[in-house]
Structure formats: structure tokens, C-alpha cells
Design a protein around this ligand. Structure first.
Ligand code: PLP
Length: 409
């Protein structure tokens, strides 16, 4: 980013209503979404709809919190104080019906870091860790980087989405030390049902497996759906689980790097939190707690609903236009998150490489290849619709036009 003075930071309160149609240029701001699009998607003249941050302005109450901190004048070390914990406790009670106490909460830098720390704290080199592919790719590469064995227990494709395959899970869990669960699920946007989660808890408890439940998308649930926290489904789920949360996705501030772990079981949390404290990973940056508190507030609740209603409109558009104009592309309609997993198998490409090439060089839209989430993602592309509607609409048009003009396969 250059040293030019930046435009005035937004002053508005959330009460005026956020403008999600606003197009905010991100070129020249070191945004991964722009600067890494060629590495990830193959070309750089694409509409970037890949990495999971949104193109909406981060809400004004977050800027206000940062501004207040800046005005104080010293960017020294900071610690987590009671108001920080209280905001997390209040939010979890109000949003998810979760009863959390202060000692159950620990600041972690990011959710992926939280996974890494859990892998280190609870497993040894060579240990088996189960994931349910297709799933958020760091679930695989973090344990692998730590020299653990990843057991890929596949989800089952259903007519409209993916489902857990419990027979397979029962087999695959044998000998595992840990399971990493994605709830809600990325890339398919599934809010797992209570019964599913109860079964996972039962199977893992029987095998003595620790469950790391990544719930980063828990606040991005659309009307008519509900997030069920894994730790809420049974006593055994509470006893064996670590829940990872963050306001970063919902409030579009992943660059702030502020997340939290919640652990009910005393023994489990001593092991996990001692590891985190021992490695100084709870030392948040100077803005982290201020931003978390700003999000978990009345203003945050109001902004979040406006944002979700807008994103829902984008998803409706994706679903409607593909159904009417290009039915070979079948989106999985998400219950949560701004990510839409597009089933492109009916386009008839022979290889995933050809499909990726088509999106980058014919459609000119930058999306994540489904294959990066595991073999069940082959034939899919993941589209991030956390963008102004005009951009989403243009991306859909490009894809549809490319499909129509592509030589018949
Ligand atoms: C399921 C899931 N977990 C974790 C992350 C990243 O979290 P963090 O930036 O806090 O490491 C993402 C980002 O897309 C995600 O989708």
C-alpha cells in the first residue's frame, strides 16, 4: 500500500443503513483477493470471487473502535480485559443460546491458527486426524504441515447438497486422535442438524477423539436456518470439543486477526490454553479486542442482519439466473456464509484443469477450484458472493455467456 494519505475513514453510524452496493476499489491495497488472483486462479484480468473476504466496507463501528485506540496515542502491548470476555459471553447467549463463562474463553489470533495450536496441543507426529472432505483446505494442509496423517472421510453427495456418511465415519475414526469439523460447512454452506452433530459426538466420544469445531461462519446464517453449536448438542459433545469462532468473516475484518476458542471441559481447556499461553499466542494485536467488542454489540447485530439480507439477495440471483439461463451449473444453496459451491459437472469438462481454465480464460471470473477442498469437490467451483450486486451480476453474465459461446462438448 502506498504512503499516500487515505480517504477519510467513514464516520457514519450503522443506523443510517449500510450501502452494500458501493464499489470500493481494492487495487493497490495489498488485498490478497486482487494481488494473488493470478497465482490462485490462473490469470489476473478476472473478477475476483475467490478468497473468503467480502468487498463490502467494514462497518463504521469497527473503524470507530480503531480510531479511538489510535487517538490514545500508544500502540503498546494489550491484554484481554473483562469487557472483552463479557461481549463474547453476551453474544453467544443471545445469538446461539450458548452459556459460556469467562474461564472457557481464550483469545487466539485466527481460526486456522487455533486449529494449528490444537493439533500441536493434542496430537503427536504421525497421529491420525479425520476431516470430512470436501472441506476448507487448511483442515488438510495444517495437520499435514505438522506431519500428522490426515484421514479423509468423505461426505456423501446428495441431490441438493452434501451429507455426513456415518457408516464411513465410524470406520474411519478408528485410531484417530482428532476430528476437525466444519460447522457451518465451507464450501457447501451447510448448518449441520442437531442429530448429525449428536452422532458425531457419540462416535468421537466412544473413540476418545477430540473434536475441533470450526464455527467461524456461525453468525452468517440466513433467515429460516439455525446454527447449532457442536458443544450444545450433548454432554459428551461439551466434554470432547473445542469451538473456534471469530467475528472476522461476518464483519469483514479478517485482516484484524482476532478469534476465540471456547472450551467447556476443564481438563481439555487446561491442556489447550496452557499450550496457547505457553507459546504467547494469546497476545492479540492492539486493535483485536476493541474490534471484537465493537462487533458483538447492538450495532453489530443490526449491521449483520442488513448484510445477511443483502448477501441472501445475491445468492437468490445466482440461483435464479443459473436455473433460467444455464441449468448445467447447479449451485448448492447455502444455509450460511457468502460462499456458493457450484456443481459444474454437467458442463462436461473432462478434467478439473479444463474446468478451471474455462472459468479463468473464457468466463474471466476468478473462483476457487472445487478440487482444493478434496476429491468430492472435483467438478465444482466455489464462488464468493460477498460483493456488490452489480459485480455478482456481471460475473454471472460472464459465466453464462462463456457457457453459451463455448464449443459444444
Ligand atoms: C471454515 C473456515 N475456517 C477458517 C477460516 C479462516 O479463518 P482465520 O482467518 O481466522 O484463520 C475460513 C476462511 O475462509 C473458513 O472458511
Amino acid at each position: 500500500m502506498s504512503n499516500e494519505p487515505i480517504m477519510a475513514l467513514p464516520q457514519r453510524g450503522s443506523g443510517e443503513g449500510a450501502n452494500f452496493d458501493e464499489i470500493i476499489p481494492r487495487e493497490g491495497t495489498d488485498a490478497i483477493k486482487i494481488d494473488r488472483v493470478k497465482d490462485e486462479c490462473g490469470s489476473d484480468d478476472l473478477i475476483p470471487m475467490w478468497v473468503a473476504d467480502m468487498d463490502f466496507r467494514t462497518p463504521p463501528f469497527v473503524f470507530n473502535a480503531i480510531r479511538k485506540r489510535l487517538e490514545q496515542g500508544i500502540l503498546g502491548y494489550t491484554c484481554q480485559n473483562p469487557p472483552y470476555y463479557e461481549s463474547i459471553i453476551r453474544w453467544n447467549k443471545e445469538q446461539h443460546g450458548m452459556d459460556v463463562t469467562r474461564e472457557m474463553i481464550c483469545y487466539i489470533p485466527g481460526v486456522v491458527s487455533g486449529i494449528f495450536l490444537a493439533v500441536q496441543a493434542f496430537t503427536e507426529k504421525g497421529d491420525r486426524i479425520l476431516i470430512q472432505e470436501p472441506v476448507y483446505h487448511p483442515f488438510c494442509f495444517v495437520p499435514e504441515a505438522c506431519k500428522r496423517q490426515v484421514v479423509q472421510s468423505s461426505l456423501r453427495r446428495t441431490e441438493t447438497s452434501f451429507a455426513m456418511d456415518f457408516d464411513r465415519l465410524r470406520q474411519d475414526i478408528k485410531g484417530c486422535k482428532m476430528m476437525i469439523l466444519c460447522n457451518p460447512h465451507n464450501p457447501a454452506g451447510i448448518c449441520w442438524k442437531k442429530e448429525d452433530l449428536q452422532q458425531v459426538a457419540r462416535i468421537c466420544a466412544e473413540e476418545g477423539v477430540v473434536v475441533v469445531s470450526d464455527e467461524i461462519h456461525c453468525d452468517m446464517v440466513f433467515r429460516g436456518h439455525k446454527h447449532i453449536p457442536f458443544a450444545s448438542v450433548s454432554e459428551e459433545a461439551r466434554r470432547i470439543s473445542i469451538t473456534l469462532q471469530a467475528p472476522s468473516k461476518t464483519f469483514n475484518m479478517p485482516g484484524i486477526v482476532a478469534s476465540q476458542a471456547i472450551v467447556y471441559d476443564k481438563k481439555l481447556r487446561e491442556q489447550y490454553f496452557n499450550y496457547i499461553w505457553g507459546t504467547d499466542q494469546d497476545l492479540g494485536n492492539v486493535f483485536a479486542c476493541d474490534c471484537v467488542m465493537a462487533c458483538y454489540s447492538d450495532e453489530g447485530r443490526e449491521w449483520k442482519q442488513q448484510m445477511l439480507d443483502y448477501v441472501q439477495g445475491n445468492i437468490d440471483l445466482v440461483v435464479k439466473r443459473f436455473a433460467e439461463e444455464c441449468p448445467q451449473i447447479r449451485p448448492i444453496v447455502p444455509d450460511a456464509s457468502f460462499l456458493v459451491f457450484l456443481d459444474c459437472t454437467a458442463l462436461g469438462f473432462k478434467t478439473q484443469g479444463e474446468l478451471e481454465h474455462f472459468f479463468a480464460f473464457d468466463a474471466k471470473v476468478g473462483m476457487n477450484s472445487g478440487a482444493m477442498f478434496g476429491k468430492g469437490g472435483v467438478g465444482f467451483m466455489r464462488m464468493n458472493v460477498g460483493s456488490p450486486r452489480s459485480i455478482v451480476n456481471e460475473a454471472i453474465s460472464r459465466i453464462i455467456n462463456a457457457c453459451h459461446s463455448y464449443p459444444l462438448r
